[in-house]
Design a protein around this ligand. Structure first.
Ligand code: OOB
Length: 541
């Protein structure tokens, strides 16, 4: 098994400790401490079910001990694919307590992504739910068990559905006295996944010290205290919902987390009122939906104090409507699973809140804005964003090629084009690379092209992002068919389903072309081709 690690140069590590960013806190200790401080306070609310800190800690520790009794070893990786439910927390804090390492998959992931994540992480187990959004994850799990030798068990929550014979999380328990000592705070606590600008997602190992620093700092910046109620509207497996300040931030503060079954206003607004939700986070398309609905219905969202919007660019016109329409303060968040997170501050000028994506969490987040030749650009001019700091990784797990491309002298090349203002706030201008940010989901153009090329009737395919007033960006595919082939867009969509990938990767626009324009010189790069096609599509639209 390839070991997971994340390290910083000694001088930086010493500085981050000396400045109090890394305090030696770990996830198992965090929940244990909160449970000891106020065992009877409610940690999680799902529908009519409330779970106290004491009960969550006890349940998680018993589950963790149960896993050790089944032969799992500290350091083993476990893929967690769950939607917003209490068991997500029993599972992850159980893994933390046992020294096992959660790897987070999105509920929308299908066989292709799950298979990749299991193999890449060498996971020995997977925790999922038999059915989510109409898809049979239990059957998929049972199938993968036969396919992936390292995968020993698929553990289900909430019943086994058609996948009879798989163990149920509720049935796994053990003696907490058998749990190991708390892990090294510098060791890897859990693994996030990258949006993936080229090909499949990469694994992002995050340490206890680095990740918990972002929780503490985010709580301070977003004013999350024990009195707060955090509404988990987006999937909890997203780094944004997990840590900005997110569900783990709220638990760190001893606050309450309310798990939302759906983000649509009809379901979400009554829940905000009923549970007194004070803070939540949305991607821009959902924020627009909430704004439009609140505009029409005069909805009373009185408890809501702060709305975080991030994951993709929130346009100033929409940002300006948040306070008048929803009656709360807007905080823009520009973050990435690799580390760096920027927030507008609650007391920033309204113009800063609506026109920038915030400034870094930490005084020790180093920001470089460089031109194509690698030279710094002056404030106010756009350039490539590179960053290094107390919670930004210096390497993906087991990705020699991508690591060479993405990291330079310990700085992470984010792929984002930004403008830095003299105040340190950043405005995101766009992306340098070829990924599509569709409503906050990051999709690699190359990965979608690969799937399209697998169709026997397709000669070539080029995938680009097109601006979309609702989604921010949508996926457009230009397809050149083989001679004599007559496929329709519907055939391509059906084919994408057979590829067993997350549904959000299916192209929104499918355009058939007889040939791709090439320059007189002949061969051009795929990147250039994507640029040409994007420009042509925009002109046509
Ligand atoms: C968040 O994380 P990821 O890893 O899914 O995606 C990171 C990328 C950034 O590099 C940037 O391209 C884009 O998403 N992005 C934004 C943005 N927030 C993220 N682009 C424009 N404006 C924004 N506000 O998406 C994420 C992680 C933690 C907190 C918030 C978002």
């Amino acid at each position: 098994m390839k070991p997971l690690s994340q390290t910083w140069p000694d001088d930086l590590a010493a500085r981050y400790k000396a400045r109090g960013y890394w305090r030696g806190e770990t996830f198992p200790a965090m929940l244990r401490d909160r449970a000891a401080e106020h065992p009877d306070r409610i940690a999680l609310t799902e529908g009519d079910t409330n779970l106290t800190y004491g009960a969550l800690n006890a349940r998680a520790r018993s589950f963790g001990a149960g896993l050790l009794a089944r032969g799992y070893q500290p350091g083993d990786r476990v893929l967690v694919q769950l939607h917003n439910c209490i068991e997500f927390f029993t599972a992850t804090f159980g893994l933390f307590a046992a020294g096992l390492v959660p790897v987070y998959a999105l509920p929308a992931h299908r066989r292709t992504e799950v298979d990749h994540l299991l193999r890449k992480s060498e996971a020995v187990a997977m925790i999922t739910k038999a059915r989510m959004d109409g898809f049979d994850h239990g059957a998929l799990g049972a199938d993968l068990l036969g396919d992936i030798p390292a995968l020993r068990e698929v553990i289900l929550i909430g019943g086994t559905g058609d996948a009879a014979g798989l163990p149920d999380l509720e049935g796994i328990s053990g003696d907490p006295a058998t749990l190991p000592d708390d892990p090294d705070p510098q060791s890897v606590a859990h693994v996030q996944i990258s949006g993936g600008s080229t090909g499949m997602s990469k694994l992002i190992p995050r340490t206890h010290d680095d990740y918990i620093y972002t929780l503490r700092a985010s709580n301070e910046i977003c004013n999350v205290t024990a009195a707060s109620v955090y509404g988990a509207v987006l999937p909890v497996a997203h780094n944004f919902t997990m840590s900005s300040p997110g569900v783990y931030g709220a638990l760190h503060a001893g606050a309450r987390v309310v798990l939302f079954p759906s983000p649509v206003p009809d379901a979400a607004f009554p829940l905000i009122r009923r549970e007194g939700v004070t803070i939540t986070g949305l991607v821009p398309p959902l924020a627009l939906l909430w704004l439009d609905s609140a505009d029409r219905s005069q909805a009373d969202l009185a408890p809501l104090e702060v709305l975080l919007v991030g994951g993709a660019k929130f346009l100033p016109e929409a940002a300006r409507r948040v306070t008048p329409v929803l009656g709360c303060t807007l905080q823009q968040v520009f973050g990435m699973a690799e580390g760096l997170v920027n927030y507008t501050r609650l007391d920033d000028d309204p113009a800063v809140i609506t026109q920038t994506q915030g400034r870094p969490i930490s005084p020790d987040d180093e920001i470089l804005v460089l031109d194509d030749a690698g030279q710094p650009v002056p404030d106010g001019s756009p350039g490539h964003l590179l960053t290094r700091g107390p919670y930004t990784i210096s390497a993906y797990h087991d990705e020699a090629g991508a690591n060479t491309r993405s990291f330079e002298d310990g700085f992470y090349r984010t792929g984002d084009i930004v403008i830095r203002h003299p105040s340190g706030h950043l405005t995101v201008q766009g992306r340098a690379g070829d990924h599509i940010n569709r409503a906050g989901e990051k999709i690699s153009a190359e990965e979608v092209e690969d799937h399209l090329l697998a169709h026997p009737g397709v000669f070539d395919a080029v995938v680009v992002s097109i601006p979309d007033s609702h989604l921010g960006e949508r996926i457009a595919a230009f397809i050149q068919l083989k001679q004599g082939q007559a496929l329709r867009a519907l055939d391509i969509r059906k084919f994408m389903r057979t590829r067993q990938v997350a549904p959000f990767k299916t192209p929104d626009d499918i355009r058939f072309v007889t040939e791709f324009g090439t320059t007189a010189v002949g061969k051009i790069s795929r990147k250039e081709l994507r640029n040409q096609l994007r420009t042509a599509a925009l002109a046509e639209d």
